[in-house]
Design a protein around this ligand. Structure first.
Ligand code: GMT
Length: 379
């Protein structure tokens, strides 16, 4: 198949999923066209089956807000026409679903028919999409998509609950490449970062408000009092400065390291003992899956799709949002002795393998085929 993929090219979960999906499809012989405003961060190696089309947005001085949507629409029309796409797959509804709808209409006016699939990722539904300033467009664009997928059952439920959706939503969970995300022999790194054999806790995110990074620090502060431990904070975003300030106030600076954005995340996860994800809402929790694949159990909130991934009492624990005492107590239970920790580590890996890309990829391929077939019949 010739597949166009639209996504945010950043470290965000939706962009990571879209890019990894495209790379895996290309490896199976599909022809993939990424259409994004800069090179996706995970598009880090050459493949003869992958092309990247950069959307450049005019900065004409009249525009206080650069018309990204118009530039993206024009690029979609151009790529679809000249590359002969079979299907257009857009990730994150805002604004990609409505942009794809407009591109599809322009293409129809030229006698070209291409089905559009929209994948809902999380905040496009749970946070931003519900805002009055976006809701009518999001609802319309989802209903106009030829196929709609959501990354968890929870997100599917939330979409039906909060929008008037007439379309079937197919749940296709996020996935992991277990060849890349596996525990690597990085003992020298562990000795350098935890020379006294301290337990290593880790958090990775885009440090947005929804991630509740201060809760990570508060949970760590409680564990730190009971167990020799260190915390690695990976990523960057608006909430980082506040989290660093909190560390200074709690006098934790010696044992908390803020590493910023990192590429070889699997190498860091390989030496860690516990992942903390106390998010306000999380449609799936891809970062937690990456940790689990590297044998790191998870303490998370019980919100959104997290319980579908992090099995309470098995791969880690889930707690109510903001219940830092409960999270700290459960983290202590996991970390208190090697035997318990090892059981959780093995369980985390086993659960991660349920989301192996080799299991999930055929689901996308089959879904593409069925949408293309139904679209042909309908048009
Ligand atoms: O930042 C992004 O690109 C997407 C981000 C978000 O805020 O919507 O992540 C969402 O999509 C990921 C990939 O499907 C999920 O694993 C995350 O759980 C989800 N984030 C939230 O729901 C907060």
């Amino acid at each position: 198949m010739k597949i166009g993929i639209v996504c945010y090219p950043t470290f965000g979960g939706s962009g990571v999923v879209a890019t990894e999906l495209g790379k895996a499809l290309a490896a199976k012989g599909h022809r993939i066209h990424f259409i994004t405003y800069s090179q996706p961060v995970r598009l880090d190696s050459f493949s003869e089956n992958i092309s990247y089309h950069e959307v450049s947005v005019s900065n004409y001085p009249l525009f206080e807000y650069a018309p990204y949507e118009s530039a993206l629409t024009s690029m979609l029309v151009d790529v679809a026409m000249h590359e002969g796409l079979d299907v257009l797959h857009v990730h994150y509804a805002i604004p990609h679903a409505s942009v794809a709808y407009l591109a599809k209409q322009i293409l129809i006016s030229k006698g070209i028919y291409i089905p559009v699939i929209t994948t809902l990722h999380g905040t496009d539904i749970t946070l931003v999409g519900r805002d009055n300033s976006y809701e009518p467009v999001v609802t319309f664009a989802i209903n106009q998509s030829d196929g709609v997928t959501a990354v968890s059952e929870s997100l599917k439920r939330e979409t039906y609950a909060n929008f008037e959706i007439t379309k079937h939503i197919e749940v296709i969970h996020n996935f992991i490449d277990l060849k890349r995300f596996s525990k690597k022999p990085k003992d020298h790194f562990k000795r350098a970062i935890a020379p006294g054999g301290e337990r290593l806790l880790v958090h990775t995110s885009n440090f947005r408000k929804v991630k509740r990074v201060n809760d990570v620090i508060q949970v760590f502060a409680r564990i730190h009092k009971r167990i020799p431990s260190r915390l690695l904070m990976i990523g960057d975003g608006d909430e980082r400065a506040g989290a660093e300030k909190l560390c200074r106030e709690l006098q934790l600076c010696d044992d908390v390291r803020f590493l910023g954005k990192q590429d070889a995340i699997e190498e860091i996860l390989s030496v860690c003992d516990l992942f903390i994800m106390p998010s306000e809402t999380e449609s799936f929790g891809l970062a937690a899956l990456e940790a689990m694949a590297c044998q790191v159990p998870v303490i998370s909130s019980n919100t959104g799709g997290m319980p579908e991934l992090n099995l309470d009492g098995v791969t880690g624990f889930t707690s109510n949002v903001g219940d830092i005492e409960d999270m700290a107590e459960k983290a202590y239970h996991i970390l208190k002795d090697d035997q318990t920790l090892n059981v959780f580590k093995q369980n985390a890996l086993k659960r991660a393998s349920d989301f192996d890309i080799n299991v999930i990829l055929p689901r996308y391929e089959n879904y593409y085929q069925s949408v293309i077939q139904n679209f042909t019949v309908a048009s």
